[in-house]
Design a protein around this ligand. Structure first.
Ligand SMILES: Nc1nc2c(ncn2[C@@H]2O[C@H](COP(=O)(O)OP(=O)(O)O)[C@@H](O)[C@H]2O)c(=O)[nH]1
Ligand SMILES: [Mg+2]
Length: 491
């Protein structure tokens, strides 16, 4: 556990803005203020309307997002007849803050083109997906006009591309690439006439691996958190800086749409009264938060498999250019955990035994810990876990090389599941006796992520990291503000 250089957790320009923003605040008060602000922000939902003509393939597209087949009970109803009679909300499975709305189709006797936009009340939504199939029609452009006038973001999605390809492939001289290019140009031509430049995606709800479904999902993933931060700041702007009519209008809207609850709004109002923390400041904070790096230490004795686990968490093969340190300077490399840096902290035996205070001092550099118990749990591991607990931080316990352990126990004549359960029970008992807060242990083989508890470990880790992110950020900001103020008084 040598003392190494720890790069800052936010980039230079956000760092400077944050320092200026909080320059005159008292650092002791910052964590609570930020945590309660971020708690409210964590409740904030955004609403994406999926709209288009009847039969265009809206509900089918929603089912792709939900990962459901059309005949699943929870799927959006689809079919050749008009199936969607009123806007229906579906929680996005991967983005807990995103609600997808399946809107009825435009241009049926129940929803004529003229009345559609009025009846649907587009003001309720933050973003749109305009779904078309076969060709761009007048109705599609009516929708685009309405959205454009409201200056709301939207994606233009041409679906059922599989059908198009099938029918066009019968032509002589067919080229899929050329046909797709032509389709895209056709969509863009009409949008350009309106001076609009949304993302255009060519997709199929039936052949999701082909065409641009993945690109659509990735784009949404990249853009949605920024959109949410913008919507939140814009709401605060109306609430605090727009006069009381605008404030009332905005708060009613936010409550009616269930984006926030009444007590969330009260929290924000109190915060503003107490600290003057308005829209501009909040948007600087959210911007910094979205680039904030969490530091996770993987701790273990020499040879216990620290580097192998770090590589496995980064989704890397073990052979790849030796180990974790390379990725610390380039954390975006870990796909599963954007904005997380895993630190390889091997050789705990030398330090934990040497000085627990020094250990705590080093541990304090990180936000979260994975502690590897070696062949058996030792006093040293317990000491380390306790040190983390005293810092009021959280950790997970892992036993690596589970495959090797099972091999040594073949004398027990029971099957793998029984042996694993036995091993877990033994550990739990030990951890209980040691009085640790954490009593679950993940048995893993870092060389095979599909075996034992690796998936369980990953999902526990993502959940925990999401939970610690806000408070880690808040305390980090307090720390840099304090340092900055101290530096200023010294000079
Ligand atoms: N071939 C093909 N058919 C599709 C696709 N998407 C939807 N469909 C079919 O088109 C019909 C209408 O789809 P639906 O999602 O109910 O349209 P909505 O009225 O816009 O919600 C259904 O029979 C779907 O199976 C697609 O990508 N490819
Ligand atoms: Mg539908």
């Amino acid at each position: 556990m040598d003392r190494f250089y720890m790069p800052e957790k936010i980039e230079e320009d956000h760092f400077t803005k944050i320092k200026d923003l909080f320059a005159s605040e008292s650092p002791e008060k910052i964590p609570n203020q930020l945590i309660s602000l971020l708690e409210v922000f964590d409740h904030f939902k955004i609403d994406i309307a999926v709209t288009g003509e009847s039969g265009a393939g809206k509900s089918s597209l929603i089912n792709v997002f939900l990962g459901l087949k059309p005949d699943d009970t929870l799927a959006a109803p689809t079919g050749a007849v008009e199936t969607t009679k009123q806007p229906t909300m579906y929680q996005h499975p991967n983005f807990p803050h995103v609600r997808l709305w399946d809107l009825p189709g435009m241009g049926t006797p129940s929803f004529t083109s003229k009345s559609y936009v009025k009846t649907m009340n587009f003001d309720l939504y933050d973003m749109f997906m305009v779904v078309i199939s076969e060709r761009v029609r007048e109705n599609n452009m009516l929708l685009v006009d309405e959205i454009g006038q409201r200056k709301k973001p939207f994606y233009f999605i041409r679906t059922k591309v599989d059908n198009d390809m099938l029918s066009q492939s019968k032509k002589s001289k067919f080229s899929e690439k050329r046909a797709l290019d032509q389709m895209r140009r056709d969509c863009e031509k009409y949008l350009k006439e309106k001076k609009l430049d949304p993302h255009v995606f060519l997709v199929s709800a039936h052949e999701t691996q082909k065409y641009e479904m993945q690109k659509l999902t990735d784009t949404l993933k990249n853009e949605v958190s920024q959109l949410r931060a913008e919507e939140f700041s814009s709401f605060l702007d109306k609430m605090f800086h727009g006069g009381w009519i605008s404030a009332r209008h905005a708060t009613n809207h936010i409550q009616q749409t269930g984006k926030l609850q009444a007590d969330d709004i009260t929290t924000l109002q109190n915060m503003y009264k107490r600290t003057g923390f308005g829209a501009a400041k909040v948007s600087v904070v959210l911007e910094a938060l979205s680039h904030f790096q969490l530091d996770v230490a993987v701790l273990g004795e020499t040879g216990s498999g620290v580097s192998t686990l770090v590589n496995a968490l980064n989704g890397l093969e073990n052979e790849v250019s030796d180990a974790a340190t390379a990725y610390i300077s380039n954390p975006a490399m870990c796909n599963g955990y954007p904005d997380v840096r895993f630190w390889d902290v091997s050789g705990i035996e030398a330090n934990v035994d040497y000085s627990i205070n020094w250990t705590k001092h080093v541990l304090n550099c990180y936000d979260f810990y994975i502690i590897i118990l070696s062949d058996c749990q030792k006093a040293r591991h317990i000491k380390l876990a306790k040190a983390v607990e005293q810092l009021r931080k959280h950790y997970l316990l892992v036993q690596t090389k589970a495959d090797c352990h099972l091999q040594t126990r073949t004398d027990l004549y029971c099957d793998e599941t029984e042996m694993l359960d036995g091993l877990r029970a033994q550990y739990t008992q030990g951890l209980q006796m040691a009085n640790l807060c954490e009593q679950q242990i993940f048995l893993i083989n870092s060389l095979d992520r599909s075996s034992f508890d690796f998936i369980g470990l990953e999902s526990a880790l993502s959940g925990d990291l999401n939970t610690v992110r806000a408070s880690a950020f808040a305390y980090y900001i307090a720390r840099i503000v304090k340092q900055h103020q101290q530096n200023n008084t010294e000079t």
